[in-house]
Every structure is written in structure tokens, then in C-alpha cells.
Design a protein around this ligand. Structure first.
Ligand code: AHM
Ligand code: MG
Length: 332
């Protein structure tokens, strides 16, 4: 194969940009790469494997039913990250408390091991979301909750894996966004989408519009704006909602658009989790020239007070998020 750059090679190249680095961070990314391959392999045959499809019979801390594949993916990522001895702790959407790992590890990982799990049983795209921080407490001591409760701006890396018509791993270390497609024939991720960025103009809006009347006036007005015919501004926008954040985000970064999960009467802080979903995709969005907001302020500036905290979430093309914020500022 000519001109093919694998994720493994890419990680090594990037490590050489930091002479003297210990390689710990590369090991961490390799662990994520390995777990992604294992989960991808199971996702691809989910319909065949009764031990992997369906409810696990347990709830996570948010009271949501865990799927067997949620639990499986969680275990695989934890196992891979633990084996490399570079992570001191892991916080997962599927675990009530953070998991202390290795006192000598320098990094912490926050993750949603399988996002969009209501789509597993119906063969629709799902994903993994991850975020990496440097610990605050000294190496060699037990990890503390304060190590996790850092602002999104402190992220060293963030990314997602989409298990779609093909599997892709997309990540940033704060130097642009790169996407790698998994080639199952040779078992490697190949750089397929270098330097990803939102197109200059977006025309897709993604929201569960069943929540329309539960949303604030500002959000309702923005949706009406999105549906209004105005050729000069490319409207009406196209409505697309998969119900898998990773898949909706991935489409929007490629085609241009805004994803919205607002606060609702039923869920005053929205549904999505700041640390596992909002912050990592906010980091990617900003690195791709986009923006992420809770409707008023920058997502990555929110100081988390608890691991499983939620936030209203608007992410996508900068101009679209700006307009949405303007509607919220004037209508609430
Ligand atoms: P999950 O982490 O339990 O899968 O929940 C997050 C998912 C997102 O992927 C998706 O965008 C959203 O929940 C869909 O929620 P809704 O069904 O309320 O539209
Ligand atoms: Mg999720």
C-alpha cells in the first residue's frame, strides 16, 4: 500500500514532536486504539451474539438501563487502559465512582464507553467518547476526585470512535483533528481524514424535536428559524437526528451543522454529561473551527462539581451556535 499512514505510525510521529517525552501518552492512545478494535469487532456481530445484545439487567448511576454491550465496552476500555500502567484513574459513565488504577500513572481518562446505546439493538451507529487529562495530585499518590473535576480547557486529548458503516477513530491533542478509518482486512486504523474541520457554512440541525415544547422559548425560536425559508442564509436547514451523539456530531463536522440537547422541563440540566460527552466533543469542535456552548457560556469553561454532572449542549459550526446563543439571550 502506498502513502498509507496508520494510527500507530501517526502516534509515533507525534511523539517525536516532543523530544524527551516518556512515551506514556502514546501508550495511552495505543490502549484506546486496542480497545476500540475489540469493541468494534463485537459491535459488528452484535445481531449474532445473544450474550452481547439486550439489557444487562442493571442500571447506571443515572438510573438508565445498561445494555450488555455497554458493560462489555466499559470492561474492555478499562482493561486496556489499566494494562499500560500510565493511567492513575478512570471515570466512566457506566461506573458510579471513579476507578483508581495505578498510583504511578500521570493521566486520568474520562469516558463514555458506548454512547447511543439505545441504538445497539437496531443496528444504528454507536460510539465511544474519551477525554484525557494530566492528574493534579502528585505521581505516586492515590488519585483523588479533584483530579477528575477539571475544566474542559485542561484536556490534553479527546476523541471518539464511531462504530458505523465503517469504524473510525477521530481524535485531537490540541493540534487539529485527525480521523482514522479501520481497515478490518489488515486490522489497522488508517489516516483517512487529516485535519478535519467544519465546512464554512452549515445547514443541518440535529435535535430530538419531541422535546420542542419542553424547551425554552429561545430554543423553540431557533428551531423555527432553522425551518424558515431564506435562500440567502441557506435555510431551511436540513433536520437530521440519529440519537447517537457521536454519529450526529461526526456527520455535522463533515457536512456542517449544529447538534442540540437543551435543558428541558423534565431535565433542567439537559441529558448529556459534561465530562464524558460534552467536554471531549467540545475540544474536538473547537479544534475543528467550531464551537460548543451550554447556551450561554463556553462548555470547556464550566468547572465541574461532580463526575456525572450534566449540561445543556449546543455544538457545531461557530456561526450556528452563535445564532442559537443570541436567541437564548433574547428569548430565554
Ligand atoms: P447514552 O450515553 O445513555 O447513550 O445517552 C446519550 C445519548 C446521545 O448519544 C444521544 O444524542 C442522546 O442520548 C439521545 O437522547 P434522546 O433519546 O433523548 O434524544
Ligand atoms: Mg452517552
Amino acid at each position: 500500500m502506498e502513502n498509507v499512514k496508520t494510527l500507530g505510525e501517526f502516534i509515533i510521529d507525534k511523539q517525536q514532536d516532543f523530544p524527551g517525552s516518556s512515551g506514556e501518552f502514546s501508550k495511552l492512545l495505543s490502549a484506546i486504539r486496542l480497545a476500540s478494535k475489540i469493541v468494534s469487532n463485537q459491535v459488528n456481530k452484535a445481531g449474532l451474539l445473544s450474550h452481547i445484545v439486550g439489557a444487562a439487567g442493571s442500571d447506571n448511576i443515572q438510573g438508565e438501563a445498561q445494555q450488555k454491550l455497554d458493560v462489555y465496552a466499559n470492561n474492555q476500555f478499562i482493561k486496556a487502559l489499566t494494562a499500560r500502567k500510565v493511567v492513575c484513574g478512570i471515570a466512566s459513565e457506566e461506573n458510579d465512582e471513579f476507578i483508581p488504577v495505578d498510583n504511578d500513572g500521570s493521566y486520568i481518562v474520562a469516558m463514555d464507553p458506548l454512547d447511543g446505546s439505545s441504538n445497539i439493538d437496531v443496528n444504528v451507529s454507536i460510539g465511544t467518547i474519551f477525554s484525557v487529562y494530566k492528574r493534579l495530585s502528585p505521581v505516586g499518590t492515590p488519585v483523588t476526585e479533584a483530579d477528575f473535576l477539571q475544566k474542559g480547557t485542561a484536556q490534553l486529548a479527546a476523541g471518539y470512535v464511531i462504530y458505523g458503516s465503517s469504524t473510525m477513530l477521530v481524535y485531537t491533542t490540541g493540534n487539529g483533528v485527525n480521523g482514522f478509518t479501520f481497515d478490518p482486512g489488515i486490522g489497522v486504523f488508517v489516516l483517512s481524514h487529516p485535519n478535519m474541520s467544519f465546512p464554512s457554512r452549515g445547514k443541518i440541525y440535529s435535535m430530538n424535536e419531541g422535546n420542542f415544547y419542553r424547551s425554552s422559548k429561545g430554543v423553540q425560536e431557533y428551531i423555527r428559524y432553522a425551518q424558515t425559508i431564506d435562500e440567502a442564509t441557506n435555510r431551511p436547514y436540513t433536520g437530521r437526528y440519529i440519537g447517537s451523539l457521536v454519529a450526529d456530531f461526526h456527520r455535522n463536522i463533515i457536512k456542517g451543522g449544529i447538534y442540540m440537547y437543551p435543558a428541558t422541563d423534565a431535565a433542567p440540566n439537559g441529558k448529556l454529561r459534561l465530562m464524558y460527552e460534552c467536554n471531549p466533543l467540545a475540544f474536538l469542535a473547537e479544534q475543528a473551527g467550531g464551537k460548543a456552548s451550554d447556551g450561554i457560556k463556553r462548555i470547556m469553561e464550566i468547572i465541574p462539581t461532580e463526575l456525572h454532572q450534566r449540561a445543556p449542549y449546543f455544538v457545531g459550526n461557530t456561526d450556528m451556535v452563535d445564532t442559537l446563543e443570541a436567541f437564548i439571550a433574547s428569548k430565554g
